[in-house]
Design a protein. Structure first.
Lengths: 101, 172
């Protein structure tokens, strides 16, 4: 069978990225939107590690930094969700219009 | 040691990752979505092992599947989602959003298809065998060449901790 090349990994990462983007754009539940952002960050990580197989260790070091950022983003985002749910009793993003006008 | 059955493992992991990623964005119940997210993250850890990055694979399992998804599940249990599960799950502009994202995906696939020759088809051979001391090399890089970004990342985590406490606390 055909050998697995870097492009195969890039295509899988692109598919995960697109699925995450669709989730961010279409869902109403803000918890699911944060999970979709995690999917997007993971797609980027897969790209970085796939290229680190070609060019050296830098990609893996950067993927560690991306994982750190994802942890920070999840902690702050979920804190915002808890504060928001306490005030409005909902987690739907289209009902958040306090800053609109 | 040469890898065995790479093609079979690659397509199995790709199928698991993409099917569970679709489940993440389509499930009505957020708990099911979080559990599907774990499957996606574990498949990606398998990809990292296939790419000779065992340290990143271990960090992926420990930090993502063990840390971040548990945080998600805690928050899902803290907020009462029973009413939300009965509501309509997609917003009004979902058709436009899906079409735009799929157009971006088509563009990416077109670029990969036409630019396939630009990527080296075989893996860098001098890199083979370095996976034995992969963790050691990443540690040396983090504390040598990437010292400043590493310290900035620790500062970012401190700020995130303080920010999360300030956000979630009722009364400061």
């Amino acid at each position: 069978m055909a050998e697995i090349t870097t492009v195969h990994y890039l295509v899988v990462a692109a598919a995960l990225f697109i699925i995450g983007t669709i989730g961010v754009l279409t869902r109403r539940n803000v918890v699911i939107i944060l999970m979709s952002i995690e999917l997007i960050l993971n797609a980027v990580n897969l790209n970085l590690v796939a290229f680190s197989r070609l060019y050296g260790l830098q990609g893996q070091v950067f993927s560690i930094f991306v994982i750190t950022d994802a942890a920070a983003e999840a902690a702050v985002g979920l804190g915002i969700i808890i504060a928001f749910f306490r005030n409005k009793e909902t987690v739907n993003v289209d009902e958040v219009d306090l800053l609109k006008w | 040691m040469n890898p065995v059955a790479t093609t079979f493992f690659f397509y199995s992991l790709a199928l698991a990752a993409i099917v569970s990623a679709i489940a993440v964005i389509t499930r009505r119940n957020p708990v099911h979505a979080a559990l599907s997210l774990i499957v996606t993250l574990l498949s990606l850890a398998g990809f990292y092992l296939m790419l000779y990055a065992p340290f990143v694979a271990a960090v992926q399992i420990l930090l993502y599947a063990g840390g971040i998804v548990v945080l998600f599940l805690f928050v899902i249990m803290l907020i009462n989602l029973e009413q939300n599960v009965r509501e309509y799950q997609f917003n009004k502009q979902w058709i436009v959003g899906t079409i735009a994202a799929l157009a971006l995906g088509g563009l990416l696939f077109f670029v990969y298809r036409t630019g396939r020759g630009a990527f080296p088809s075989v893996f860098y051979q001098g890199y083979r065998g370095l996976e034995a001391d992969n963790t050691q090399r990443i540690g040396i890089a983090l504390y040598g060449q990437y010292m400043l970004p590493f310290e900035i990342a620790s500062l970012l985590l401190l700020v995130a901790i303080v920010g999360a406490v300030v956000m979630a606390k009722k009364r400061i």
